[in-house]
Design a protein around this ligand. Structure first.
Ligand code: GRF
Length: 229
């Protein structure tokens, strides 16, 4: 929990990357500046889908949360000769501009490149950007237990009796980062998939906040305390 000696530090800054409904984002919005995420402020919501409802959550909450939208295909079409890696770099630029202390992928349907991750590790410096004072942790929520296959088909066939959710650190091997938190969710025989998903979502909303706090709490000195904005 927050140490009283850090109470005067500027808020910890969070960037959230989304693609869809944004219910996990909403959980983070509700938690910011509460006991669950003390002294924390969401400084950017970036979506790679224009119609992501999460963008509406961000722009209708008070205080307003800055949003950004950048989709791969339109980016490639309007920037002939640019590549997937250029897209990754552009997203990294937008996120870095917000000077986040941590980045949360909350249903972000884009596989980030190794080069993208290197930027946040601080081992790759983007043109026009300063050297990061330290690594910016990046986490992702994934609807499966560590090492588990995508369980929905097995669920529908009644072959498994528990599935789960994890929040893990983002690494170059997709969805294989070390779990910060994972929670098992029991499969109830003959339950409709919709009902199961609803139960799963409720667990997601808890653990995304808990995992975000784990990484933010490790951030002793927010990057933002060294910055001018
Ligand atoms: C969640 O189910 C998450 O596990 C998956 O994408 C979904 C995002 O949901 N990676 P939402 O956009 O936060 O409602």
């Amino acid at each position: 929990m927050d140490d009283p000696s850090t109470a005067t530090l500027p808020p910890r800054r969070l960037a959230v990357l989304i693609s869809g409904e944004g219910t996990n984002l909403q959980a983070l919005i509700n938690a910011q500046n509460t006991l669950s995420l003390p002294n924390t402020c969401i400084v950017l919501v970036l979506s790679n889908r224009k119609n992501a409802r999460g963008l509406i959550h961000a722009s209708t909450t008070l205080p307003l949360i800055p949003t950004a939208y950048l989709s791969l295909q339109p980016f490639l079409k309007s920037n002939l000769g640019k590549t997937l890696e250029d897209y990754n770099v552009e997203v990294a630029h937008i996120v870095l501009h917000a000077k986040p202390d941590a980045v949360v992928c909350a249903g972000f349907m884009h596989i980030v490149s190794e080069g993208f991750l290197d930027v946040f590790k601080g081992t790759r410096i983007l043109e026009g950007k300063e050297v990061l004072a330290r690594e910016v942790p990046m986490i992702n929520i994934h609807p499966a237990l560590f090492g588990q296959f995508d369980g929905f088909e097995a669920f529908q066939k009644g072959e498994v009796d528990e599935l789960g959710i994890m929040v893990h650190c983002v690494v170059k091997e997709v969805d294989h980062g070390e779990p910060l938190i994972q929670r098992r969710v029991k499969v109830v025989k003959e339950e409709a998939i919709e009902a199961y998903e609803e139960r799963l979502h409720k667990v997601e909303w808890e653990i995304i906040v808990e995992a975000t706090w784990i990484v933010l709490d490790e951030v002793q000195l927010p990057l933002s305390s060294n910055s001018s904005s």
